[in-house]
Each structure stands twice: as C-alpha cells, then as structure tokens.
Design a protein around this ligand. Structure first.
Ligand SMILES: Cc1cc2nc3c(=O)[nH]c(=O)nc-3n(C[C@H](O)[C@H](O)[C@H](O)COP(=O)(O)OP(=O)(O)OC[C@H]3O[C@@H](n4cnc5c(N)ncnc54)[C@H](O)[C@@H]3O)c2cc1C
Length: 306
C-alpha cells in the first residue's frame, strides 16, 4: 500500500487502519520508507511514494480458478448446475414464487430461489434499481519491455494512494505477459448487457499519467488490452442479502460493490441463513432497505479523485 504522505496523515487513514488491523490480528506487516521502497520495489518512484505498508503474507487468487474449484466442490456435494440458462422472469402466484423462466425457453419450478446475478441483479429485479447500480471500471494491460523488475518479488500486488487515486494493480502476470492496472473509484453507470463497455481516451490518458508518476519505466509500454469491468454498487456500499419483501420464496444475494469476491467464503453461509429464514450477524446491515439518493457509499478504499 503505497502512500504519498506519511501513513499517519489524514490522507492515508485507509492505509493506516489497514496497517493497524493487520498488527492487531497478529500479522507483521512491514512499514517502509522511501529508501526501503526503492530497495525492495526498484520500479516504484520513491520521490512520489515515501511511505508504505507491505504485508509479505498477502497475495491474490485468480477469481476464475476459484469459481471453477467451487463449482467442482458444489457438484461433488450433489448440486446440479444448468449452464447456459439465463433467468429472465419469475412466475409468482398469490405472492408466492412458483418458478423461473429462462431466455432459452425453459421453466424451472422451485420451492425457493436466490438471485445472485451480479450486475444483472437490478435488471432481473427492477425494484432494486433505486438502490443498486451497475457501474463500469477500467482495467488496463501493459506489456513491459523488461518484465523482470515488474515481476515478483520486485513488485507485488499494489495499491497506490488508492483511497484518493483509486489506482491499484498486479505484478507481471507471466500467463498473459502483462502488468495489470485498474482504477477502483466511482466508475460509470451502465447497463450490463446493452452498453458500450469501451474505455475512453481520457481514461487512457489518466492511466498513462499515473504510470508516468508511479512506474516511470513503464511509461511507453504498449497498451495491449483494456476492459470495463462491472461492479454491482449499492448506494451505501453494503451487501444486499435478504428475502424479497413482497414475494415469498424469493431471496437476493448481491450488492458486492467491488469487494464481494474476498468475502465469498462467508457470504454463502449468510445467504443460506436467509433462505432458511434465519437471521445472522449482519442481518441489519445487509437487509432489504430503502435508501435515499443522497446516501453516501461507506467504503474507505475507493478512490475519490475522478
Ligand atoms: C475489475 C474488478 C476487480 C475486482 N477486484 C476485487 C477484489 O480485489 N476483491 C474483491 O473482493 N472483489 C473484487 N471485485 C468485485 C467482485 O468481483 C464482485 O463483488 C463479485 O464477483 C460479486 O459476486 P456475485 O456472485 O455477486 O456476482 P458475479 O461474480 O457477477 O456472479 C454472477 C453470476 O450470475 C450469472 N448471471 C447473471 N445474470 C444471470 C441470469 N439472468 N441468469 C442466470 N445467471 C446469471 C453471471 O453469469 C455470473 O456467473 C472486483 C470486480 C471487478 C470488476
């Protein structure tokens, strides 16, 4: 977590509390200064980033592999998966869900359904649209000329002044031959299926000036791929895991707000509790709620600079 100022400054409360949380949880993150940043991560511009919190025990997982493993595990437990089916509408009789119709022309009868359709959730259930928005966020792949010093251990997963700038990224990914950089901020509202998800020229320019400032050696690296990735943002930034207030037998588990993946090991149990009519530790926070348009999203990590 690279900081432009001392970690104790108001600018870096996110990094400061992350550091403190790790220490309180028994980890030993390294506190770094400009000199040790240069020594360990030679590509980082240490005239801009003068302080950092580095957790050598941290890492990342490839989300597609995790989903693959979870799918295998679910199947081993006897879960039947119907791939290539797109839920389109609900069959409701007397306020009780009877089944689901798919775009492909099939009907699935059900005792209970849980909608966990990511960015499509507020389109499957339009009553959620005042509270849940689909937003698109830019991802860039750069091909470095000299991958060695952008590879682990010379570069790690990084966040660069993220709660202000929104920028974060990954070290050189040998599988794709690129350094991946992305922006975690407000994004642009869009429709998950009918929108042009191309990255705009001014977003590329902003990425280039971030790279120039942060990794000067990467400034001319060819941009080989861009992508606009989708978040399911709730207005307050909290998950939305609850029963539908008007349709019996229907529940929702969504509202990842750009941080749903890491919570996956806990969310399944919470969603199962909801389906079984139980409460859980976060029942109040994740409930079906009525939020006003002026609701502020509570998330420390999200960049505020546009
Ligand atoms: C660039 C980027 C970086 C991110 N980085 C992080 C990170 O570092 N850490 C983190 O915790 N989170 C991160 N996230 C957020 C995380 O990916 C999401 O919060 C998480 O994937 C949400 O999980 P989900 O199951 O709710 O939705 P999804 O993962 O979107 O899954 C929804 C599934 O439902 C399917 N579906 C959709 N509509 C229908 C339909 N009508 N019928 C049937 N199936 C349907 C979709 O195909 C999909 O398989 C990131 C997101 C992006 C875009």
């Amino acid at each position: 977590m690279l900081c432009k100022d001392k970690i104790e400054s108001d600018r870096h409360s996110f990094e400061k509390f992350s550091y403190q949380n790790l220490v309180e949880s028994g980890y030993s993150p390294d506190r770094m200064n400009a000199e040790s940043i240069k020594e360990r991560f030679p590509m980082v511009n240490n005239s801009v980033y003068i302080d950092a919190n580095f957790n050598p025990k941290a890492g990342y997982v490839e989300s597609s592999l995790v989903v693959e493993k979870l799918t295998e595990y679910a199947c081993s437990l006897g879960v039947e998966i119907y791939q290539g089916q797109t839920a389109e509408s609900f069959i409701v009789e007397n306020g009780k869900l009877q089944g689901i119709k798919t775009r492909e022309g099939n009907t699935f009868k059900c005792g209970h359904a849980l909608v966990a359709a990511g960015a499509n959730t507020p389109y499957l259930l339009p009553e959620l649209q005042p509270y849940m928005k689909t937003t698109g966020h830019p991802v860039f792949w750069l091909k470095p000329q000299n991958p060695k010093y952008f590879s682990s251990p010379y570069l790690s997963v990084f966040a660069a002044d993220i709660s202000n700038s929104g920028w974060y990224g990954f070290p050189f990914l040998p599988k794709y031959g690129v350094v991946k950089i992305a922006k975690h901020s407000s994004g642009v509202p869009l429709h998950p299926e009918n929108s042009d998800r191309r990255i705009k020229d001014d977003e590329v320019e902003k990425m280039r000036s971030f790279v120039k400032m942060t990794f000067p050696e990467l400034v001319d690296a060819p941009l080989v791929y861009t992508r606009r990735c989708l978040y399911t943002d709730t207005l307050d930034g909290h998950f939305w895991i609850d029963k539908h207030p008007e349709i019996k037998g229907l529940s929702v588990s969504s509202g990842g707000s750009g941080h749903g993946f890491k919570m996956a090991p806990l969310l399944g149990e919470i969603a199962a509790d909801i389906v079984e009519g139980k409460s859980h530790q976060f029942s109040q926070r994740f409930r079906w709620r009525h939020l006003t348009p002026d609701t502020v999203q509570a998330e420390e990590a999200r960049g505020t600079e546009i």
